[in-house]
Structure formats: structure tokens, C-alpha cells
Write a protein that binds this ligand. Structure first.
Ligand code: FAD
Ligand code: UDP
Length: 756
């Protein structure tokens, strides 16, 4: 919540406490922007009265703070009892299901029904771990697992703690120390604690945490068990730092079946070996680590404690390295970013559905027709892909223009759109997009909106029953022909002996045959290109296959650019940051034709197909399309690399992509897509050949004559551009818009000055 509070107002509505009158205690969290509100209620109210008072207090608070349609986030279904009116009109309802609460001690009977109601109202559901996710995934179409993350810097303090920092109530306890922190309740295996203490009277068992719901008298009392009570989050690393082994001695029963204890990664971050009872999510996520010992029985638990102690005291460091590798990807920032995207997507979908239901037959989106007046924007931008979004951002931020950005699709990011599929795997809906560029300017610009994950793209081609690198390199030749070429020169000679040099390289066939000869051309290029483009390479401009180099070394990267990386949290997230500005109004699922007569605007930027803009006056421009077959598989990995190409003409698809390679996501499942080229469907590729170019030239002439419209992007300028090229084109176009604007202003100034 403290992370959400950096981007939004966060009000945390706590469980009520007793008070003289029904009232709210409001305070600001000391360390974040979160506002914490604790309702106070007098004793003796009936259940109905309590709920009525809470509804009044909550709605009053929201009204007073001017909150009209909040995102309502539930950690417990019990709060739905009084907050239902707010949830029913919310911008989005999030149910963050942290535990199977109905299995907890004293769970009220109404909990299950309230949870069903909440799931019905929720727009997105999160579960605090995989076991819970597996148990609940049938509940909701938009449900996502979020196992605990860890505040690394905080808990890492335990690693470098000095003896002097050992907290006062722990300092005198003899080593070895076996510690636990957390709530001590019915989930604790008290019998196990007693046995552990008895088995090793020389060990200190340190129990940090409040005793809740169970009678303190029931806790085992031994000279070597020390109950130190609840401590603050800030103090925990210092208790942890003073232990030799950290423990999770949970009872294995209904109340612990779905828990995903945050303390496990925290303990590891603090550099301690961990001994746990057989909690499913501990075993699943950390069970492979030498440092995490999972015991099925009490006797085993004691033995594992002995081994963990020996491991912690030994001089070997390999277990710590393995721990650090396992923790490398965990961060609350990443969890936050993924959750924030899912919540935002849910809110956008909900507002679109509401707008549709409001059934204005003319315009789909909500903003345009407010109060029946035609809204005015400085600029209307058609298409929210790279071209439209970069221009929108520049105009809004760089020139303080009010922009309406529309897209016919239900999302921004154009073809680069990525999204978590039903299994929670981040996929690219329109096929694999890898960012690569040689332009520092473009990297600098996009880095304002995203961090990067270094990623070098590698592709294998399935040829003659073998998987070999493409672009063709020395390894490809060695594997394919059973050779042992060891130098660039040997590989160059091998290729030169087959290459068929041509006086003039005109077509995509010429490019390849002149470099590698006809046999390799046929194996790798002819079938693939015919499938991909629907024409023979001899009918395509040389620029198409020239995109793929031939190498004589063993460099197997698909691209040679100086910068190759993926936006850290995905393309859609990057677009979200780019477009998050008060001057930008976004309307998805909106056709240009629908709004062009209903919105007032001074300038138009168009990034859709140029022939469509001019009503196909000279006939349609040819585009190549693709059909994607997305699949999720119940296995962690499907293929060795992100993309495997299938050039053979008998295979109906061109390539299979596995997205986790691109995104680095860790997930027990994997999602892949098959690409089937198609003549019909969304326009994806302008076709680079002379005939299509000649037709485009006629449209281009019309476009150039339109001073009031700027055409930008892959479809509007009919160019087979990569993402970085589109960004470069859009930045240059923005500069041109500025120049024209400046000229217009200065000539008007001159005229006015002359008049005066
Ligand atoms: P788009 O992303 O196509 O955006 C145009 C938007 O305009 C669309 O969202 C469309 O819905 C909207 N629109 C069009 N007409 C209208 C209308 N009349 N009304 C409302 N909305 C409209 N590039 C790379 O750099 N690396 C890669 O690895 C890579 N892989 C690719 C893989 C595939 C399968 C494809 C198809 C492309 C790939 N690209 C890649 C290219 C990349 O997708 C494009 O360079 C980039 O997306 C172009 O951005 P754009 O804004 O010009 O167009
Ligand atoms: N190509 C091919 N075989 C391959 C890879 C590429 O024939 O294994 C050809 C094909 O014509 C393709 C072109 O090279 O369209 C450019 O490939 P690239 O990967 O750059 O295309 P993209 O998918 O990025 O548009």
C-alpha cells in the first residue's frame, strides 16, 4: 500500500476498535503517504447498528475527502458487510485474498457467503500464494497469484549486524538460537516447540510475536523457550540477525493449508538457514534450496534443525549463493507494478463496459459527449501504438496541448501490447516484440517511462530435423553439415563456394542466394518467406531478407544492435507511464470514423492505415496479417529459446514463441504462440515490393497535400519499421509539428504587429 500511495491516494480503513462514540481516528503513516483510518464504535451495538454506523463513517469519510468512485481493495470479505454501497459503485473492486480465512479459528459463519459476494463484485482477485491460487482459480476469470515478496534491504541488515545491535531482551540468551517471528496463534505447532526444547535443552528457542486467539497458558513453558512478545517491523532484522537458525514451526492443518509465509524469504534475506514444517508453498518455492529444510514429522524437524545449525556454522558459502540467486527476482516493486497494471486494466475495462451499457449509440467512449457538448481538444490522435502514444506524450508534456488519443482496440500499446493471460503469464498478444536499437536518443527517451531488462534475442530454426541458429552462422553450418569449421575464414570459404553472386541484388531471393547459395536459401528462407508474405522472395524487395544477416562467427544473437532489452515491466506498463498525464484523454474501442464529427480539434495525427484514411480511393494497399494461436502449457518451459522458426513449407505456421524467455517471468506454467500468416485480418505488415510502393506513392501524395493532418507510424507511412524506428519517426514528427507551429505563430505575430 505504501507503494500504491506514491501514485494514488491510499486510505487504509482498519477494523473497528472500542470508543466512546462512533467516530474515526485518522492518522498519517509515519513512513509513507498512506492515511490510516481506525473507526471507533461504542460497545453494545447490535450487529446491524454496528454495520450501519460503519457505512455512515466510511461514506462520510469519502464524501469529505471528495472521493467519488474509489478503487476498493479488500483484505477481508468481512468488511463487505458495511462497505457494499461503496463497492457497488466503485471504479474497481480488488479482492486480495491473503489466506483461506474461513479455516481460521473463530471465523464467523457469514464469512463464506460474504466471500462469494465479494468475488462476484470483484473486478480482479489476487491470491497470496500459489496454493491458494490453485484452490481458488475457478472462482474468477481475472485471478492472479502473488506469492510473498520481500523487502530485501530491510532484512539484509540482519547479515551485517554486530553483537552490540542484538536487542536487549535477546542479548543474554545463549547460542545456538533458533528463532521464529510472526503471530503466535492456532497455526503454531505448540507440541513441536515443546519437543524441540526438550530434545536440546542447550538451545535457545526465541519466539518473537504477539500471542493471538490462543490462551497464553497453553504455550509450552520451558527454561529454554523465550517468548519476547510483538516487535515492530523495524526491529525484526535485529532479532533475526542474532539467531543461528530461523524456523517456521507451523502445525499442518486446515488453517495452514494455503499459507505462503512471507517470513521464509525474509529469513533467507537475513542470511539464515530455515527449518519449516511441510507447508506446501514453502516446499514449492524454496524446498530445493540447501538452506531450506522442510520436515514432515516432529522427529525430522529436530534433525533438520541440527543440520541447519551445522550448515550455518560451516564455512561453505554455496548455500548462500543459491539463496541469493533464488531471491534475485523477488521485489515488492515488481509485485506492486504488476498489481498496479492489473488493477488499472480492470478499472479501464469496467469503465468501458459501463460506458457501453450507458448505450450512447454514436460514441463508444465516456469522455467525449459529456453534458451533450462537443469537447474540444488541441489534437486528436488516432492510434495508441508507439507512433500515436509518443506524439501524445510529447504534445501533452512538451507543448502543454490537450490531446485525445483514440484506438479501435480495447487497449493502448498497439501491436506491442502485452498482457497477463488467464494463467498469469505475461504474453505479447500480437506476437513477440523485442526492443533493439542503435540510437541513444531513443533509449534515453523511452527510459523516462521504463526500466530495462537486458535481453539478447536468440532464434533457432527447425531445419532437417535439427534446431540450428538463425541468422546462419558457423554453428549452423557445423551442425547442419557435420563440419568442424573453426575460424571465420573457413566458414567464409565454405559459404563462398556455394554463394551465387549476382551483378545486381534486387530481390529478397538475390540477397540470400548471393550470400549463402541456393541450398541454404531454400532450407531457411524460401519456404518461410512464401508463408510469411504470401509471395515468393523473388517478388519482394531486397530489404526484407536483408534484415537477417549471414555470419561467419559463432555470434548467435538475432540482432546486432548496441542496445537490446525489454521494458522491465512490459510494454503496456511502459505505455501506461508514457500516457499518464492530465492533458491526455484516452479512449479505447473507439473508431476514428465514430468520433471525427463529434469532437472538436485543431490538429489531427493519424497512425492508422493511410489507404483507409482516404477511403481506399485508389484501391486497398496490400498488408500481410497474422493469426495467433496462444496456448498455455502445464510445464515450466517449452523450448530452449524465445522463438523457434519453422521454415519448411509443409508446416503451416512460421514460428513458435515462448514469452517467458523474453520477460524473465518465473511461473510454473508457460505460454506460447503459433503464428499463421494470413492475407486477411488486421494489417500488420506493409508489403515491401515495387507494386505496393507505387500504390502507396499515390496515397502519399494525398497525405502530403493535407496540411491539417500528420501521418505517422508503420501503417500511415506504409513502412516496414521496427519499434525503435517508429519512435524515432514520431519524435522527428513532433519536432516538425513544433516548427510548423512556431512558424504559424510568428507569421501571425508579424501580421498583427503590422496591423498595429
Ligand atoms: P501500431 O502498433 O499498429 O498502432 C496503430 C494503432 O492504430 C493500432 O493499435 C490500431 O488499432 C489503431 N488504429 C488504426 N486505425 C484506426 C482507426 N481508424 N481508428 C482507431 N484506431 C485505429 N518491432 C520491433 O522493434 N521488434 C520486434 O521484435 C517486432 N516484432 C514484431 C512482431 C510482429 C508479429 C509484428 C506485427 C510487428 C513487430 N514489430 C517489431 C513491429 C512493431 O510492432 C511496430 O514497429 C510498431 O508496433 C508500430 O507502431 P505504430 O504505432 O506505427 O503501429
Ligand atoms: N526470414 C526467413 N527465414 C527465417 C527468418 C526470416 O525467410 O528463419 C525472412 C522472412 O522473409 C522474414 C524476413 O526474413 O519476413 C525478415 O525477418 P525478421 O525476423 O526481421 O521479420 P519480423 O518478424 O521482425 O518482421
Amino acid at each position: 500500500m505504501s507503494r500504491f500511495a506514491q501514485d494514488r491516494r491510499v486510505i487504509f480503513f482498519e477494523e473497528p476498535l472500542p470508543g466512546e462514540t462512533a467516530s474515526l481516528e485518522v492518522r498519517q503513516d509515519a513512513k509513507s503517504e498512506v492515511t490510516i483510518v481506525t473507526p471507533k464504535l461504542p460497545d453494545g451495538l447490535s450487529h446491524e447498528r454496528r454495520n450501519a454506523e460503519l457505512t455512515r463513517l466510511l461514506t462520510g469519510l469519502l464524501a469529505e475527502r471528495g472521493v467519488e468512485r474509489p478503487i476498493v481493495w479488500y483484505y477481508t470479505p468481512m468488511m463487505l458487510e458495511f462497505s457494499r454501497p461503496v463497492a457497488e459503485t466503485a471504479a474497481a473492486v480488488v479482492y486480495d485474498c491473503m489466506d483461506e480465512l474461513s479455516n481460521f479459528k473463530f471465523a464467523p459463519d457469514s464469512l463464506k457467503q460474504l466471500e462469494r459476494d465479494l468475488v462476484g463484485l470483484a473486478d480482479v482477485v489476487f491470491t497470496g500464494g500459489y496454493s491458494l491460487y490453485e484452490a481458488k482459480r475457478g472462482w474468477h476469470a481475472n485471478i492472479h497469484p502473488f506469492p510473498s515478496s520481500v523487502d530485501k534491504a530491510h532484512f539484509a541488515q540482519a547479515r551485517s549486524m554486530s553483537t552490540a545491535q542484538d536487542p536487549a531482551d535477546q542479548a543474554a540468551l545463549p547460542h545456538p538460537r533458533f528463532g521464529f517471528y510472526g503471530v503466535i496463534d492456532e497455526r503454531m505447532d505448540l507440541d513441536l516447540l515443546a519437543k524441540l526444547a526438550d530434545a536440546h535443552p542447550e538451545w535457545s528457542i526465541v519466539m518473537v510475536g504477539p500471542v493471538v486467539k490462543i490462551d497464553p497458558a497453553d504455550l509450552p513453558k520451558r527454561a529454554n523457550i523465550h517468548y519476547l512478545g510483538g516487535k515492530t517491523y523495524a526491529e525484526l532484522p535485529f532479532y533475526l540477525g542474532g539467531w543461528d537458525v530461523a524456523m517456521a514451526p507451523f502445525a499442518i492443518n486446515e488453517s495452514t493449508r494455503f499459507i505462503s509465509p512471507t517470513k521464509t524469504p525474509e529469513y533467507l534475506c537475513g542470511g539464515k538457514p530455515v527449518v519449516s514444517t511441510a507447508i506446501v508453498d514453502v516446499k514449492r518455492h524454496y524446498g530445493e534450496l540447501e538452506a531450506v529444510r522442510v520436515a514432515d514429522t516432529h522427529a525430522e524437524f529436530i534433525i533438520e534443525c541440527e543440520s541447519a545449525l551445522a550448515l550455518g556454522l560451516s564455512s561453505t558459502t554455496s548455500w548462500r549463493q543459491a539463496v541469493d540467486e533464488a531471491l534475485a527476482d523477488l521485489s515488492w516493486d515488481t509485485t506492486y507494478a504488476r498489481m498496479a497494471t492489473l488493477v488499472e486494466e480492470a478499472a479501464v475495462r469496467k469503465s468501458q463496459t459501463a460506458a457501453k451499457a450507458a448505450a450512447n449509440p454514436v460514441v463508444a467512449g465516456p469522455a467525449v459527449h459529456s453534458a451533450g457538448r462537443r469537447s474540444h481538444y488541441d489534437v486528436l490522435i488516432v492510434g495508441a501504438g508507439f507512433a500515436g502514444s509518443v506524439i501524445a506524450e510529447r504534445l501533452a508534456v512538451g507543448s502543454n496541448k490537450r490531446v485525445l488519443l483514440i484506438d479501435r482496440r480495447p487497449h493502448v500499446a498497439g501491436n506491442a501490447f502485452d498482457v497477463h493471460d488467464e494463467a498469469g503469464v505475461l504474453i505479447h498478444q500480437y506476437g513477440p516484440h523485442i526492443f533493439h536499437t542503435n540510437s541513444d536518443e531513443i533509449v534515453r527517451y523511452l527510459s523516462r517511462f521504463t526500466g530495462w531488462r537486458t535481453y539478447e534475442h536468440r532464434v533457432l530454426a527447425s531445419v532437417d530435423g535439427k534446431l540450428v541458429p538463425i541468422p546462419i552462422n558457423r554453428t549452423t553450418l557445423n551442425v547442419l553439415y557435420g563440419l568442424n569449421l573453426t575460424t571465420d575464414e573457413e566458414a567464409a570459404n565454405f559459404l563462398a563456394a556455394r554463394a551465387e553472386p549476382t551483378a545486381q541484388i534486387r530481390t529478397s531471393e538475390d540477397v540470400v542466394v548471393a550470400a549463402v547459395g541456393r541450398e541454404l536459401y531454400e532450407k531457411f528462407f524460401r519456404g518461410y518467406t512464401r508463408k510469411q508474405w504470401g509471395v515468393d522472395p523473388s517478388e519482394l524487395d531486397r530489404s526484407v531478407t536483408s534484415r537477417v544477416p549471414t555470419r561467419t562467427n559463432t555470434d548467435d544473437r538475432y540482432f546486432g544492435d548496441s542496445f537490446q532489452a525489454m521494458p522491465k515491466l512490459g510494454f503496456t506498463h511502459m505505455f501506461g507511464n508514457m500516457l499518464d498525464h492530465k492533458n491526455i484523454t484516452i479512449q479505447t474501442e473507439t473508431e476514428f470514423a465514430e468520433v471525427k464529427d463529434d469532437v472538436l480539434y485543431d490538429q489531427l495525427v493519424f497512425s492508422g492505415p493511410v489507404d483507409e484514411f482516404f477511403d481506399h480511393r485508389f484501391g486497398p494497399l496490400p498488408y500481410r496479417s497474422l493469426k495467433f494461436e496462444h496456448r498455455t502449457l502445464d510445464q515450466e518451459q517449452f523450448q530452449q529459446v524465445a522463438v523457434v522458426n519453422y521454415p519448411h513449407p509443409d508446416t503451416p505456421y512460421t514460428r513458435i514463441s515462448e514469452y517467458k524467455h523474453l520477460t524473465g517471468q518465473k511461473h510454473p506454467k508457460t505460454s506460447i504462440s503459433y503464428e499463421y500468416p494470413s492475407a486477411v485480418g488486421d494489417p500488420y505488415y506493409p508489403i515491401p515490393n515495387a507494386e505496393a510502393q507505387a500504390l502507396y506513392k499515390r496515397y502519399e501524395a494525398l497525405a502530403l497535400a493535407r496540411q491539417d493532418v500528420t501521418f505517422v507510424g508503420r501503417l500511415a507511412t506504409y513502412r516496414y519499421y521496427n519499434m525503435d524506428q517508429v519512435v524515432g519517426q514520431a519524435l522527428a514528427t513532433y519536432r516538425k509539428i513544433l516548427e510548423v507551429g512556431d512558424r504559424a505563430v510568428s507569421s501571425r505575430d508579424v501580421t498583427e504587429a503590422a496591423r498595429a
